[in-house]
Ligand binder design. Structure first.
Ligand SMILES: Nc1ncnc2c1ncn2[C@@H]1O[C@H](COP(=O)(O)OP(=O)(O)OP(=O)(O)O)[C@@H](O)[C@H]1O
Length: 375
């Protein structure tokens, strides 16, 4: 299978501490090294905005505008698609805002404004791991749900919009309960919307779960450097729209007393076990949890490739520091095999010594990135 899609050029304008950074890439593995605060993660964050959502820091748009800039930012990338032929023009995708008080970012694909950032998924699927996700297995359910829903979205691009539809209806129901509305007709309307969106969310989550389990099972043994995860979804099963609707109607008094909706897709949790040790992931050691998480993201990347025919772009922030030499080398080989592109960061260049000689490597300092060969 041909490799790709790949980002061949990335430009950041007034993005955090990058006044103007213009980078060219030719290889599947890209490493950014440099001291703390240099602007390495900022580059990965900029790439993450080339997929729907708020990016890998979930930051406010205003915070991404360079403090020295005019109050906007732009991120643009040239993309060579999977099936490109020599001489074909790359696709240009760009995003940004022109004023810091803007509520949503603009997205352009080949200079044409897109209706929503969901359109980006047709061109690029980004998966990421950041140090902030180290506590994913020990922390609250909302982070795990968000992590899992990003995986679901890669295969079901409308999942994000369905979730927004559910949340809007649920907020309306919660508000009615708060304001003392009792007329069942009002509730029936919003509960029907919640049940429809909730069942669609559950269907997408369950189908992703079964495919992901399959992808993990297929890779067992072959990917011995990273332990396999055993996954399940917890929460009230809302697959049947009518059953969920009836449950919502029955639960009105209880929910009114609680001040919120107690059952639904917003309460689901991703249950993860460390396969080889057969323990809950949260009970595994810090290093084991990290390796488990990497294994999970690699399984997701393999799944994306199998289901969409396109390789995901992986963003691995400060990943190498947590891995021993054997695991680092295995990770680089596995990422190369995926056929897409992996962007990594680290403070120390020695962490990337086992990268292939032709990998793209940059030194980042004070918001400026320079290819290693020229330093
Ligand atoms: N809106 C902004 N405008 C200008 N500079 C910013 C803005 N937001 C963040 N920064 C600066 O960006 C730098 C952080 O960059 P980044 O998180 O990419 O660092 P890093 O190279 O990944 O460092 P580390 O190795 O510590 O993770 C900080 O110096 C911070 O002050």
């Amino acid at each position: 299978m041909q490799a790709g899609p790949r980002i061949t050029r990335l430009t950041l304008t007034s993005f955090r501490n990058h006044a103007r950074t213009d980078l060219r890439f030719t290889e599947p593995l890209v490493a950014f090294t440099g001291p703390n605060g240099a602007g390495k993660t900022n580059i990965l964050e900029a790439i993450s905005l080339l997929s729907p959502g708020r990016g890998l820091r979930r930051a406010k748009l205003a915070d991404m505008c360079s403090s020295d800039g005019a109050g906007g930012f732009a991120v643009s990338a040239e993309l060579v698609p999977m099936d490109h032929e020599e001489g074909d023009d790359p696709i240009t995708i760009g995003t940004g805002i022109t004023a810091p008080d803007t509520s949503s970012r603009e997205v352009r694909i080949d200079k044409v404004p897109a209706k929503s950032s969901d359109a980006l998924l047709e061109h690029l699927i980004c998966l990421w791991l950041t140090p902030a996700m180290d506590g994913l297995f020990t922390g609250g359910t909302s982070d795990r749900r968000r992590f899992y829903d990003r995986m679901v979205m890669a295969l079901h691009p409308t999942h994000g919009r369905t979730a927004t539809r559910f949340e809007t209806a649920m907020r309306a129901r919660n508000k009615m309960m708060d304001e003392g509305v009792t007329d069942p007709v009002w509730f029936e309307g919003v509960e029907a919307q919640m049940a429809e969106a909730g069942a669609a969310m559950q269907a997408a989550r369950l189908s992703t779960l079964s495919l992901l389990k399959q992808a993990i099972e297929e890779a067992r043994g072959a990917v011995s450097a990273f332990p396999h995860a055993v996954l399940d979804l917890a929460g009230f099963d809302i697959s049947d729209e009518q059953v969920y609707r009836a449950r919502l109607a029955e639960g009105r008094h209880r929910d009114r007393a609680a001040g919120r909706t107690l059952e639904g897709p917003h309460r689901a949790d991703l249950l993860v076990r460390h396969g080889p040790k057969d323990v809950e992931a949260k009970l595994a050691s810090t290093g084991e949890q990290k390796a488990l998480l990497i294994g999970l993201v690699l399984a997701q990347a393999r799944l994306v490739k199998r289901e969409t025919g396109r390789a995901a772009i992986l963003l691995l922030d400060e990943i190498a520091a947590h891995l021993d030499e054997r695991r680092r080398t295995a990770l680089f080989a596995l990422c190369t095999d995926l056929g897409g592109q992996t962007f990594m960061t680290g403070t120390d260049r020695a962490l990337f010594e086992s990268l292939p000689d032709d990998a793209d490597q940059f030194e980042v300092r004070d918001g400026t990135a320079t290819p290693w060969s020229f330093t």
